[in-house]
Design a protein around this ligand. Structure first.
Ligand code: BGP
Length: 480
């Protein structure tokens, strides 16, 4: 192919997973419990359980999808070999905090947990794949919630920084790219998995105070981790991670535009601190209106200022719409955030609206605002797949989705946006975070397991497997 690529030569193509959604082996190797370990599937009321963790912790459900999941814990060699066959340059994964510190506050790390990730990173290295590691992907140890109240407690900063110190020192030389918190803004919507917050009835009334205080602790923890990373290895690159997706105004009515601006700021708030190094000026009024009084200790603001991230990573599935018109209520599903329906867009089987140009817009917005390299670390289509009699899976709908998004990402790069890489979400089928389903599949690799945990866990290649391989081989030129 003679056509010129829109992507830089060393662009990091790859795929992404998270420990809590793929590892399984939920008590093996002395691992402690994490939030997903107490969540049922959608039929068992997963969403209600996420919003009411007290009840979730007291209930014995029939089935917990994460307990075995796709058993990456025992299949990592086979899985990484398949990623290598597709030509992955990078593999985004997360370390499960509770494998390293089962209770979160243990004095010494758990060697078995550390060894597991040694093996995973060695396997990556063997295949020339650069790991991109999320330090906390929705899995603050349950023990830290029960014993300390989760991230509302400042002590969590120390436990997190200790955990970082251990993994930074151990995996120096094996890992270069780190993300401090997955979708940090998610804690405002699902505080249980985002910040380990279990709120009682009284606290519910005061939820904003507790959420933003927890956010402050995570932001300080993220900066302290960055400080430590700089001390441990000059090679390390530290990124923040935002659940992104631009919010459009429903109309050109200034009221709608104002509403959309504020919806976007809800997420930017976090990156404003992590990337610019200070609380944005609009937060003063926001805190006043929400009656929030942050407890900020001496030195916090200096740490935030001094240790900002090297790059801004984000997930993108869809754009959103905001309206000031109370009559405009027709909503649709989305990645946790509810949004109004955009009449110009089609949606996935789960109601997530499909907007490839929205990715280009989001990238341009983020780059204009922060002027730091971007990394798209989640993007993809959750869809039901059908295995044909001969075992093949023709997932053209997934190829279409990814093709259009990759095309727009290339356009954004041509617009002048610096972007280091792209990892599709759920490169191998895994348990859905939102619904706990297996049938909401994102992978290039099919895993024989159903919503009730039945199946052989056998891996097989979908049509998109060969397609993505060509995309990588041609550095994004061959999208056919
Ligand atoms: C993001 C999470 C991922 C992932 C993805 C898809 O919010 O970071 O963990 O699960 O969304 O969501 P779902 O699994 O609900 O389809």
């Amino acid at each position: 192919m003679n056509q010129q690529s829109n992507f830089p030569e060393n662009f990091l193509w790859g795929g992404a997973v998270a420990a809590n959604q793929c590892e399984g082996a939920y008590t093996e190797g002395k691992k402690g419990l994490t939030p997903v370990d107490v969540l049922p599937n959608v039929a068992g009321g997963r969403w209600e359980a996420m919003l009411n963790p007290t009840k979730a912790l007291e209930t014995k459900y029939d089935f917990y999808p994460s307990h075995e999941s796709i058993d990456f814990y025992h299949h990592y060699q086979e899985d990484i070999a398949l990623f290598a066959e597709m030509g992955f340059k990078t593999f985004r994964m997360s370390i499960c905090w509770a494998r390293i510190f089962p209770n979160g506050d243990d004095a010494a790390p758990n060697e078995e947990g550390l060894k597991f990730y040694d093996h995973v990173f060695d396997e990556c290295q063997k295949h020339g794949i650069e790991p991109l590691v999320t330090i906390n992907h929705f899995d603050t140890p349950i023990a830290l919630m029960k014993n300390y109240g989760g991230w509302r407690n400042r002590k969590l900063i120390d436990f997190y920084v200790h955990y970082c110190e251990v993994i930074f020192k151990r995996y120096k030389g094996k890992v270069k790219y780190w993300l401090t918190f997955n979708e940090i803004n998610m804690l405002l919507h699902v505080p249980f998995i985002g910040a380990g917050l279990i709120l009682n009835k009284d606290e519910e009334k005061n939820a904003n105070q507790l959420k933003y205080q927890s956010a402050h602790h995570q932001l300080v923890a993220s900066s302290l981790a960055t400080k430590m990373a700089r001390e441990i290895s000059p090679e390390f690159k530290i990124g923040c991670m935002l659940a992104a997706g631009i919010t459009y105004p429903d109309t050109c009515n200034p009221d709608d535009v104002w509403k959309a601006l504020n919806a976007n700021r809800e997420g930017y708030f976090f990156v404003d601190v992590q990337s610019r190094g200070y609380y944005p000026s609009y937060s003063r009024r926001l805190f006043e209106e929400l009656k929030i009084k942050l407890e900020i200790q001496d030195g916090d603001l200096e740490v935030l200022k001094k240790y900002t991230v090297d790059f801004v990573s984000f997930s993108y599935y869809s754009s959103r719409v905001a309206s000031a018109n109370p009559q405009r209520t027709e909503g649709t599903e989305g990645n946790v955030f509810s949004t109004l329906k955009n009449p110009h867009l089609k949606a996935s089987e789960w109601g997530w609206q499909i907007d490839p140009l929205g990715l280009r817009i989001t990238m341009n917005e983020l780059y204009d605002r922060y002027q730091k390299p971007l990394f798209i670390v989640e993007n993809g289509l959750g869809a039901k797949d059908t295995v044909k009699e001969d075992g093949s899976i023709d997932d053209d709908y997934r190829i279409d989705y990814l093709r259009e998004h990759i095309r727009e990402m290339g356009e954004a790069i041509q617009d002048g946006v610096e972007c280091w890489g792209y990892t599709t979400w759920g490169c191998i089928d895994l348990v859905s975070a939102g619904t706990g389903e297996m049938s909401k599949r994102y992978g290039f690799i099919y895993v024989d397991r159903d919503d009730n945990g039945k199946g052989t866990n056998k891996r097989s290649k979908k049509k998109s497997f060969g397609w993505y391989k060509k995309v990588i081989q041609s550095n994004g030129v061959d999208l056919a």
